[in-house]
Write a protein that binds this ligand. Sequence first.
Ligand code: IMP
Length: 189
Amino acid sequence: MLVFATNNEHKLREVRQMLPAGVDVRSLNDIGLHDDIPETALTLEGNAELKARYVSERFGGCDVFADDTGLEVEALGGAPGVFSARYAGPGHDSKANMEKLLSELQGADNRRARFRTVIALIRNGELQTVEGIVNGTIALAPRGTDGFGYDPIFIPDETPGRSFAEMTPDEKNAISHRGRAMQALKRIL
Ligand code: IMP
């Protein structure tokens, strides 16, 4: 059994599709852990590790992995980064987050950004971390309706002129930060 420290059904489905069929992936719901796991670290690495350790310590040292993602914008010194979910306030409001980012970048020449996902894996009590990165630019205005979070304003270098929100899930997974971090996880499993 390998626990994925999430209750996000969308992520869980994605991960089950990506890992070999023999890997028995369970969510926090599946193992009956309903705590609000603290994400108080100041880095993606720190938060991923915090979440993985929290679960492992409560479930007899079980094997577990946890992820944390941030959008890192060059002209903003890497912000919103680890605070991406709550950039415009505690409400986790994607529209407000995008509006804030677009207004911070108003008039900026440099719109370079990257999504970075860190996955912390604890297996047999040992911690390993992997990451996945997709480089791109922040659009001038939202484009497309699919996806979530900052998808409508992120244009990956691989698809000039098309945002993540204008892609099918398969197209996005093939180049995304999370997809790449999952590939890296697969290699060490
Ligand atoms: P989490 O660590 O996966 O919960 O991601 C933190 C925040 O980053 C989310 O609340 C979103 O705002 C943003 N984010 C993470 N992954 C994506 C993505 O694939 N597209 C757009 N935004 C994302």
